[in-house]
Design a protein around this ligand. Structure first.
Ligand code: NAP
Length: 245
């Protein structure tokens, strides 16, 4: 990926950090987006630079169209192009449907689903002009099989899958691929918030009997983002220890 430029949203922590590091290791220039945690984003930057990558740190809320446009603009100003977009930023606001507020529903949809739409739209002109692009969207097995307490999150991730396949069809002839990775139960801050009994119950329902790591997910993202995956588009790859098969 030498000379390629990648934007990773939500790259300050968790899966996004692992993805940024894995792309840096492959030689890509890495744009590290984060929402508010600048210190963590600086740590990701240091990790990427440790692999010899050129980096750019950009604060920006992917739920806002203007922030997404700015992220891409600043990337173009610095690196002149964008070859890879990883839409990883995501949040949860869990509750049973009957108790879920409209605000919690909207926040999750705005960040996970609309954020992905805004970012894909913002990079599409550049990628179409150069007839090259790799877009990887972070879905979830919850978007495929559902999960109690996550109607908002499941809707957002199912939406990401539908959007991935639709945009993949729209731009397939332009040398741009659009794929999704659907992680299962991965050890990050997002899952650390779960009570330990709930985490144990989920782990025991996974055929491999354990949680995955952010690095497990990053490997799948790097594959879709590679030149070698050029004839693969509109696909959803589960990285879940067998959870959703
Ligand atoms: P995480 O540890 O909670 O990290 C979330 C990342 O997203 C942080 O870098 C955060 O930035 C960023 N972010 C949140 N809201 C944002 C916004 N509005 N704009 C820009 N960045 C924003 O989460 P994770 O577990 O690594 O999850 C990463 C992705 O994988 C998400 O899309 C998630 O839905 C998906 N996923 C995770 C799992 C899992 O088990 N962990 C399973 C399936 C799918 P700050 O640090 O600045 O807050």
């Amino acid at each position: 990926m030498q000379g390629k430029t990648a934007i990773v949203t939500g790259a300050s922590r968790g899966i996004g950090r692992a993805v940024a590091a894995a792309l840096a290791k492959q030689g890509a220039n890495v744009v590290i987006n984060y929402a508010g945690n600048e210190k963590a984003a600086e740590e990701t930057k240091a990790i990427c630079e440790g692999y010899g990558a050129q980096t750019l740190l950009i604060q920006g809320n992917v739920a806002k169209a203007e922030d997404c446009s700015r992220i891409v603009e600043e990337t173009l100003n610095t690196f002149g192009t964008v070859d890879i977009l990883v839409n990883n930023a995501g949040i949860t606001r869990d509750n049973l449907l009957m108790r879920m507020s409209e605000e919690d529903f909207d926040q999750v949809i705005d960040t996970n689903l609309k954020g992905t739409y805004f970012m894909m739209k913002a990079v599409s002109r550049t990628m179409m002009k150069k007839r090259y692009g790799r877009i990887v969207n972070m879905a979830s097995v919850v978007g495929l099989i559902g999960n109690s307490g996550q109607v908002n999150y499941a809707a957002s991730k199912a939406g990401v899958i539908g959007m991935t396949k639709s945009f993949a069809r729209e731009i397939a002839a332009r040398g741009i691929t659009v794929n999704a990775v659907a992680p299962g139960f991965i050890a990050t801050d997002m899952t650390a918030a779960l009570p330990s009994e709930a985490a144990e119950a989920i782990s025991s329902s996974i055929p491999q009997g354990k949680m995955g790591t952010p690095e497990d997910v990053a490997e799948a993202v790097v594959f879709f983002a590679s030149e070698q995956a050029g004839y693969i588009t509109g696909q959803v790859l589960c990285v879940d220890g067998g959870m959703a098969m």
